[in-house]
Ligand binder design. Sequence first.
Ligand code: IPE
Ligand code: IPE
Ligand code: MG
Length: 256
Amino acid sequence: MIKRLWANRSKAKTSLPQSEGIPPENVPQHVAIIMDGNGRWAKRRGLPRMAGHHSGMKTVKRITIEANRLGVKYLTLYAFSTENWKRPKAEVDFLMKLPQQFLEIELDDLIANNVQVKMMGHREDLPSHTLSAVEEAITKTAGNTGLVLNFALNYGSRKEMLEAVQGIAADIKDGRLDPEDIDDQEMARRLLSKDLPDPDLLIRTSGELRLSNFMLWQLAYSELWFTDVYWPEFTEKHFNEAIQEYGRRARRYGGV
Ligand code: IPE
Ligand code: IPE
Ligand code: MG
């Protein structure tokens, strides 16, 4: 039987005094996370990589609840990249079943927590069972007004930007757009992230110091926070550390 993983919500609340010192104005509006290290976490324990992905799913639940509790408005989670299709078929198949599994267990709790599910990625290449599970969650949570939980699923920043440029080129060719009118807003509204503000804070777990084709346009002025901790062992405490550090940063956007 699958254990319900959000059962100890209220308990978690009382055991997290470290977040109480974060003034609301220091809480980022949009946090994006590159959830990395599932495979190495499993390997270190002598387990198959799939066990790491399964365990990482539990972290998704915990961090979603914590982000919502702290007043983060958008949480974007990099779940599968356009490059992850290179992995062995068995692993890809497993990863494509995870959204379904996650939502089957947790959709009711997401709704109860007023969470709104969204997806950012290239839908056309996803298996229909994966897409339909996500679409169902999007539809059922569309009226919610709490945290936006945005899954980057089959997402690739270069593909996203190339498609935007193709759209721009087609509109110019057909006379619908003047090259002089191409500005930041014109580009941004053609990206998969068009309904979201740029991330304020990017977190990457597992010690890798790279972006791996994630939100290259949108992260132009985001604060970056890296940890050696693998995603399955990433806790509310680490998340609070990242938010606290964010609150100490001075964002200058090129000014003084
Ligand atoms: C992140 O963990 C999950 C996905 C990319 C889907 P990894 O599977 O990349 O784990 P490592 O990096 O091999 O440890
Ligand atoms: C980035 O992790 C993609 C996701 C977290 C979904 P990867 O594990 O695929 O990145 P690389 O290969 O180490 O750059
Ligand atoms: Mg990895």
